[in-house]
Write a protein that binds this ligand. Structure first.
Ligand SMILES: NC(=O)c1ccc[n+]([C@@H]2O[C@H](COP(=O)([O-])OP(=O)(O)OC[C@H]3O[C@@H](n4cnc5c(N)ncnc54)[C@H](O)[C@@H]3O)[C@@H](O)[C@H]2O)c1
Length: 221
């Protein structure tokens, strides 16, 4: 099951899974709305029979711009609350509705998308604080439901060249970012997806409650 606020995006991802020989359904969800998340999970169980794996990837579109994200003095409180409601509460809702089904199925694995920024004090306070809280949420789930066979981990990417990042940064800024990294290139979405797939797989059977930084070594330089 693939879900997004924009149903056409979810359907496009489901279609690409089908084109690669798999099977997936794309549905709309608004993670701000408890009833929407609850019915997505119920529909997943109704159509797939069980839930074994959950990957939470959502993030709010609040940007670092006037009226958007910024330091804690300048950020409008509604921008702060938007980020917390989508980035943190949205993941909480998905986990909270999925966990009882995972327990019933004998266990499962959860990966929450954090950010390398969760370890920094960079200017986008709402984004960074919400992602730091996602790390805490992940450790809570790992500690609370580990004995029920549930593993929970987070992935903390550095800058990743999604279409949006490529378009907004431009080649000069991208070259600048790369110059500060002990890597030969910036991350592609596939680099991050591979780590999510690893953490969801049995290869990561003994990885529990971790936040795995995937930033080409940015944090060590
Ligand atoms: N791209 C990067 O450089 C980078 C770096 C570190 C972490 N991340 C994290 O990776 C994840 C994906 O990032 P991205 O760059 O692909 O961002 P993106 O904005 O392209 O993707 C976020 C998705 O969340 C969906 N969404 C927004 N609000 C929603 C809601 N209320 N309900 C359901 N879906 C909603 C959007 O429609 C969008 O498809 C995010 O959690 C982001 O914080 C990205």
């Amino acid at each position: 099951m693939v879900a997004d606020l924009d149903a056409s995006l979810a359907e496009a991802v489901a279609a690409s899974v089908a084109a690669a020989g798999g099977s997936a359904i794309g549905l709309p969800v608004d993670v701000q709305d408890d009833a929407s998340v609850s019915s997505l999970i119920a529909e997943t169980v109704a159509r797939m029979g069980r839930i074994d794996l959950l990957s939470n990837n959502v993030a709010s579109p609040v940007r670092n711009e006037p009226g958007g994200d910024g330091d804690i003095v300048e950020i409008p409180l509604d921008a702060w609350e938007d980020a917390m409601r989508i980035n943190l509460r949205g993941m909480l809702l998905a986990c909270r509705h999925a966990i009882p089904h995972m327990v019933a199925a004998g266990g499962g694995a959860i990966v929450n998308m954090s950010s390398a920024n969760s370890f920094t004090g960079e200017r986008r306070s709402a984004y960074n604080v919400s992602k730091t809280a996602v790390n805490g949420l992940t450790r809570h789930i790992a500690a609370r439901w580990g004995k029920d066979g549930i593993r929970a981990n987070a992935v903390a990417p550095g800058l990743t060249l999604t279409d949006m990042a490529r378009a907004t940064l431009g080649p000069e800024r991208i070259a600048q970012m790369l110059a500060g990294l002990p890597a030969t290139r910036l991350a592609e979405p596939e680099d991050i997806a591979a780590v999510v797939a690893f953490l969801l797989s049995d290869d990561a059977a003994y990885v529990q409650g971790q936040v795995l930084v995937v930033d080409g070594g940015g944090a060590i330089t």
